[in-house]
Design a protein around this ligand. Structure first.
Ligand SMILES: *Cc1c(COP(=O)(O)O)cnc(C)c1O
Length: 496
């Protein structure tokens, strides 16, 4: 039998000097990794033997820390999705920054629990929330909470909406099936986190009316008005409209001012999902396009997408702090806030959201805003929007490519067309083309279905992208498309 470990063992290193050297190596390696990101393929698959190694059984005995780090370097580090690469434009992803990487280390070192209490971290988070309000032009009196991302921020905003508009003590009673059904509205382009929130809130996905959109993918206000009237006539209780500030497929901006007017007239809660699009407000040139967002009762957005902070960080803002608190505050006596001491302090973030124990994600936002200043983030947002215009122009100028949706903000949906006319063949060819783009490692767009057609979709929320990257992307798309067309691959996407 092995000797039992001494009873005074801790998780701190036995030799701090050795540990320091290891830490310095990690910093050096990671800075080099970031510095040279452009030189590597955007993505490569995890090899089978590497994948198999993740099935090793639970380690029950210690390994030397440098060995553990080596396993990370060999098996984890080389195989990311590629979202930090300059030519990654898939889904809506963020690229991160070296400075925020350092901030994450500092935050983990302090290991603050941001649920509440008298601590500097609460002041940092409050300041970040205040800065967010200022950056997006949201009223200064609003309350806010940093959360894991847009999905959670939508859930927070929609929870406040439900609890404050139900007309009874829904928190105690639960959703009462004997009462009028609470119904919500959004365009059919709304992000899946909104119907998911409807499920989690016990309201059901069917209680979200997903309305038709106009040719530019924005919500049809007339259809919205009719749907509300029809629901009222049917004895339902309309309570919420969700506006999209940047739809996920094409980046369309709903008419937020019009939605705010309608919600005011109808007495409905106005929530805006601005996961990435809200950040367009950082650029003075783009801010007017978000007019009306400042009138929202609640606003959800991400800082890990267009603000380039590493995962995870999003934010929920609620115009009426009292309603926000009343939707979530539940303080048993073991969490009683005290007049002095550690249990003091006026900021108890756990009163404003779902989570009690919370990480110090505020630090990376606070340090990044100080290091770069909000105006630089605004310039990068604007450049990404201009790059989307550039990509649009490149697509239009290339006869083999075809634009599939109007470019509203930072998203371009297009396809390889070549000499093909058959829609089914085009869908199949472009589906295969996307996979080859990914596997080739040159560029990583994702896909969207635009009016029934399969589109390659580039969403540019990337501070590392240069204009020439988009030229390379178009050239590669045409090259691969021509190859596939010559192979006759439009017919059967499974044959390479
Ligand atoms: C990404 C996204 C979300 C969800 O945000 P997460 O940070 O991924 O949870 C919601 N709405 C839109 C429009 C998005 O792009």
């Amino acid at each position: 039998m092995e000797r039992p470990e001494p009873i005074d063992e801790t998780l701190d290193p036995a030799d701090w000097e050795e540990y320091r050297a290891l830490g310095h190596r990690m910093v050096d390696d990671m800075l080099e990794y970031l510095r040279t990101v452009r030189e590597r393929p955007v993505w490569r698959p995890v090899p089978d033997d590497v994948a198999a190694s993740f099935r090793e059984p639970l380690p029950t005995t210690p390994s030397a820390a440098p060995e553990v780090y080596e396993a990370f370097r060999e098996k984890v580090l080389p195989y990311p999705t590629g979202n930090i690469h300059p030519r990654f434009w898939g889904w809506v992803m963020g690229t991160g920054t070296p400075g925020a990487m350092f901030a994450e280390m500092l935050a983990a070192g302090m290991n603050l629990n941001q649920g509440g209490g008298a601590q500097s971290g609460a002041l940092v988070e409050r300041q970040v929330i205040d800065w967010c309000k200022e950056m997006l032009g949201f009223p200064a009196a609003a309350s806010g909470l940093l959360v894991s991302g847009g999905s959670m921020a939508n859930l927070v905003g929609m929870t406040v909406a439900r609890n404050s508009r139900a007309g009874y003590d829904l928190r105690s009673e639960g959703v009462d099936p004997g009462r009028r059904r609470l119904v919500a509205y959004a365009s059919r382009e709304v992000h899946s986190s909104v119907p998911k929130a409807m499920e989690l809130l016990g309201l059901g996905r069917k209680a979200l009316r997903e309305l038709p959109v106009l040719a530019d993918d924005t919500i049809d206000l007339a259809a919205l008005g009719s749907a509300i009237a029809a629901d009222r006539a049917a004895g339902h209780e309309p309570f919420l409209v969700v506006g999209c500030a940047g739809t996920v497929s094409t980046g369309a901006l709903d008419p937020l001012d019009g939605l705010a007017d309608l919600c005011a007239a109808e007495g409905l809660w106005f929530h805006v999902d601005g996961a990435f699009g809200a950040l367009a407000a950082l650029a003075p040139e783009l801010r007017p396009r978000l007019k009306g967002m400042e009138r929202a009762d609640s606003l959800a957005f991400d800082l890990h997408k267009w603000m380039s902070l590493p995962y995870e960080i999003g934010c929920a803002l609620v115009k009426d702090p009292d309603l926000h608190r009343r939707a979530f505050s539940l303080t048993p006596d073991y969490l009683e806030h005290t007049p002095r001491g550690i249990g003091g302090g006026e900021l108890w973030f756990s009163d404003y959201g779902v989570e009690l124990s919370r990480g110090f994600r505020a630090l990376k936002a606070w340090m990044a805003l100080k290091e770069h200043g909000a105006a630089r983030f605004g310039r990068i947002v604007l450049r990404n929007v201009e790059q989307a215009r550039l990509l649009e122009a490149l697509v239009k100028a290339e006869p083999a490519l075809e634009l599939l949706a109007p470019v509203s903000l930072n998203i371009v949906c297009f396809r390889y067309r070549g000499g093909l006319a058959d829609e089914v063949a085009l869908d199949a060819l472009n589906r295969e083309l996307l996979l080859r783009l990914h596997e080739g490692g040159v560029a990583a767009p994702s896909y969207a279905t635009v009016r029934g057609r399969y589109a390659l979709r580039a969403c540019i929320t990337n501070h590392r992208t240069r204009d020439e990257d988009l030229v390379v992307f178009c050239r590669e798309t045409v090259r691969l498309g021509r190859g596939l067309e010559a192979e006759g691959a439009g017919g059967d996407p499974s044959t390479p």
